[in-house]
Structures are given as structure tokens and as C-alpha cells.
Write a protein that binds this ligand. Structure first.
Ligand SMILES: Cc1ncc(COP(=O)(O)O)c(C=O)c1O
Length: 412
């Protein structure tokens, strides 16, 4: 992103020109930013050359999948339709790892029919899967009793998490595998998302390696995703190079002790696509109370729910006038709920200093590429935005804006 004539440009395209062509609200993704993050991830772990599986849940647009495929990424999928989308995007079944949770027989059957490897997260599901695929191979999601993340809703390890078989259940795991003649070829864990500290990731890794030691036929150990990005200007970024070095060294020493070839896998989502995405919205109103100046827009938490759901921070830039006389404002949406505010933290409304927004200006909500459009809804019968990919001054529509017909197609 850059600024020319005090206007915001994304991937070399003027924000105004993009919204003139495609309307607002509009998700815009910068291809170069995705490729940069892919390379950073690959370089940080180059010493052990892991299989890198993109977590599709972060953003499932096929144009992004094509970029990730081109960068050599494989897939972490959580549902049959994610699997189907990725097969359609040209990924081989063996490049996809399905990690469901509370997974039905139907979902397992679909993966088996497609030849997609399955990662199972509880003993009950292991029985379910074992009955469908006796004598087959399987991997297991382990809860290492360590969790981390930007909000308690996204911590996926430890006693309050519904995910994975507790690492202490080794005997029960062995017994369930024996019962169905299953061969355990992988161990996986994922302790949360939006992690900026390395300590928990390294602690979880130690426990997972310890669990892996008890099983003889492993082909991979998957340490999940969770690699965070700094959303707030004062946040320290994750020290990815140091984390990569530490994890590679530890893995290399485990590998020589284990005594047979074994691969590392990782499942980053947010780290690859968050910073590439901006949500462009139009100012429709400016209104004050004794406490706040509200800047109203034509979008809302139906399009970007992270602030309302987690008190998450997204930097807001006035794309029409990037620098100039500033005003302290609260940026809100057009949804019929008072929680529909883009600038809030866990305590409540947050004032932001923006170049004085006026009706008609464009605002850019930054770092919205992950868990933005993926979590969007049609609340208040509002269509979901269009999505555009930009690169070197060129723009391409990669998802059209929803229509009234799209929203009503399934009413019977
Ligand atoms: C199993 C699994 N792997 C990977 C990810 C990706 O996490 P992140 O986007 O934080 O890298 C998730 C996210 O919830 C997940 O559940």
C-alpha cells in the first residue's frame, strides 16, 4: 500500500478508482503482500523444509488459493466443502489434511472417498473413523495442555478447549488404534490463533514431541498455525525468524532421536493473508453525542465482525485524505445494533484519530484479509461485499457483490 496525492493506493491501484469500478463496501487483497508473507514463513523454517498447509478458514477465495498453491502451499481444511473447494482449485487429495472437530460419519466418508487424509480430535471420533476405515492410516489432534491467542474465544489448547485428545491419554489412544488396526502416521496440535509470543508455541511443541515419542510409525508432526500479526501500531510483531530457528533446531534433534524420516507440518492462515486485505467502506454520516463523534459507514459487523466479536483492533485510514487535520472519532456501521462499531476494544468504544472524515469519503480498514470475509454474514439482509485482487496497478474482480436474488435463493 502507498500514498500518492494524499490518496490511498492498494497494489498500485487508487482506492477511489477501485470503488468507482466495483462499488463499496469492497474487500481488496494485495497479491504481493500474500507472496511476501509466504516467503517469510518458508524462509523462517527453511532448515527443516516443512510442508506448509494454508488454513483455508482464514480466507477461502479461490484466487487466493491459486496464489498459495503457486507458492507451494498445501491445505488445512475443516469441512467437506473446504475440501471440495480445494480439490477444485487443483490441490491433490494427499496435499490436504482434514482437521474437523465433532465430525460426523458423513464428513469422514467424504474424505475417505476423496482420498483426503484425516486428522481426528477425540477418542469417540477415532472409533467412528476406525469403523469406517479399519486397518487404515490416521493422524490425531492432541491437546498439549497449553493454549494461547488474542482472545479467550480463540484459545484451542488447555483444559477449557474442546479441541483434541489430551496428551495424557496415551494408553487410551493406543487401545483405540489397536481396536481398529489403525496406523498412526501423524500427530497434530494447534493451540490458538493470533499468537505473538513464542513461549507457548515452544512449550506446546515440547509436549507434542513427548507424545510423539510413544508412537513408532509417524510420518509427520504438525504444529498447527496461530502465527499472529501486529494489528495495533504499538504491538511487537511475532519474532518469526527466532521462532523458526528454535523450532527447526528442536525438530532436527527430535528427528535424529526418532530414527526414521519424519516431516514437520505447519498450518498458518492469518499470517499469510491478514495484512494483504483491506475493507473499503464509504462514510454515510457524521453525528455527535456529548461523548463521541460517530462516523457512520455503509458496512458493519456483518462484513468485518472481529471488532464486535473480540474487541479486535483494525487500523482505519481515511483513504480519500490520508493526512491532514485530524478528528477524534468512533467509526460505526449500518447494522441495527449498538455493538456495530469498528473501533472498540474489550472495554468499549475506542476513539481514533482520523483525517477529518466527511460524508462521501472512503475509509480503509486494514489487516482485514484473514477472518474478515470468511466470517461475513447477511445479517439485516445486507449482501456481502465484492472482493478484488490487486497487483502492480491491475485489479481483478474475484467475487461479485451479492444480489437480492443471492440472498433469497434458498427461501422455500
Ligand atoms: C486446526 C487449525 N489449524 C490452523 C489454523 C490457522 O490458524 P491461524 O490463522 O492463526 O494461523 C486454525 C485456526 O483456527 C485451526 O483451527
Amino acid at each position: 500500500m502507498d500514498v500518492r496525492d494524499n490518496q490511498l493506493y492498494l497494489g498500485g491501484c487508487q482506492a477511489k478508482a477501485l470503488t468507482d469500478a466495483f462499488g463499496t463496501p469492497l474487500y481488496v487483497y494485495e497479491e504481493e503482500a500474500i507472496r511476501r508473507q509466504c516467503r517469510q514463513m518458508r524462509e523462517a523454517f527453511a532448515a527443516v523444509q516443512p510442508d506448509l498447509h494454508y488454513a483455508v478458514k482464514a480466507n477461502a477465495n479461490p484466487a487466493l488459493l491459486a496464489i498459495l498453491k503457486d507458492e507451494g502451499f498445501h491445505i488445512d481444511a475443516v469441512s467437506p466443502f473446504e475440501v471440495r473447494l480445494c480439490l477444485g482449485a487443483g490441490f491433490q487429495p494427499g496435499q490436504i489434511l482434514f482437521t474437523g472437530n465433532n465430525t460426523s460419519e458423513e464428513d469422514y466418508r467424504y474424505c475417505l472417498e476423496q482420498g483426503v487424509p484425516v486428522n481426528v480430535g477425540s477418542l469417540v471420533e477415532l472409533d467412528r473413523y476406525g469403523r469406517l476405515n479399519p486397518g487404515g492410516t490416521v493422524s490425531l489432534r492432541i491437546n498439549p495442555d497449553v493454549g494461547a491467542g488474542h482472545h479467550h474465544h480463540v484459545i484451542t489448547g488447555g483444559p477449557d478447549s474442546k479441541f483434541g485428545i489430551y496428551h495424557t491419554e496415551r494408553e487410551a489412544i493406543a487401545e483405540h488404534l489397536r481396536r481398529h488396526g489403525l496406523i498412526l502416521t501423524g500427530i497434530q496440535s494447534h493451540i490458538g490463533t493470533g499468537i505473538l509470543r513464542t513461549a507457548e508455541m515452544l512449550a506446546a511443541m515440547e509436549i507434542i514431541l513427548n507424545t510423539a515419542r510413544g508412537f513408532e510409525a509417524l510420518e509427520f508432526i504438525d504444529f498447527g498455525g496461530g502465527f499472529g500479526i501486529p494489528y495495533r501500531p504499538d504491538q511487537e510483531p511475532l519474532e518469526l525468524t527466532g521462532l523458526g530457528r528454535a523450532m527447526c533446531e528442536r525438530f532436527a534433534s527430535f528427528r535424529s532421536e526418532y530414527g526414521r524420516p519424519i516431516k514437520m507440518k505447519l498450518e498458518p492462515g492469518r499470517y499469510l493473508v491478514a495484512q494483504a486485505g483491506s475493507l473499503l467502506v464509504r462514510v454515510t454520516n457524521v453525528q455527535s453525542t456529548p461523548a463521541h463523534t460517530f462516523v457512520g459507514t455503509d458496512s458493519g459487523f456483518n462484513h468485518l465482525i472481529r471488532p464486535a466479536m473480540y474487541g479486535a483492533y483494525h487500523e482505519v485510514v481515511n483513504a480519500s485524505v490520508v493526512t491532514g487535520e485530524a478528528a477524534e472519532v468512533v467509526v460505526a456501521g449500518n447494522i441495527c445494533e449498538s455493538g456495530d462499531v469498528f473501533t472498540q476494544d474489550k472495554q468499549g468504544l475506542e476513539h481514533r484519530s482520523l483525517t477529518r472524515p466527511e460524508v462521501g469519503h472512503l475509509l480503509a480498514l486494514l489487516d482485514a484479509g484473514a477472518y474478515g470475509m470468511a466470517l461475513a454474514s447477511n445479517y439485516n439482509m445486507r449482501p456481502r461485499p465484492a472482493e478484488v485482487l490487486v497487483n502492480q496497478g491491475e485489479s481483478r474482480l474475484i467475487r461479485r457483490r451479492e444480489s437480492y436474488e443471492d440472498l433469497t435463493a434458498n427461501f422455500v
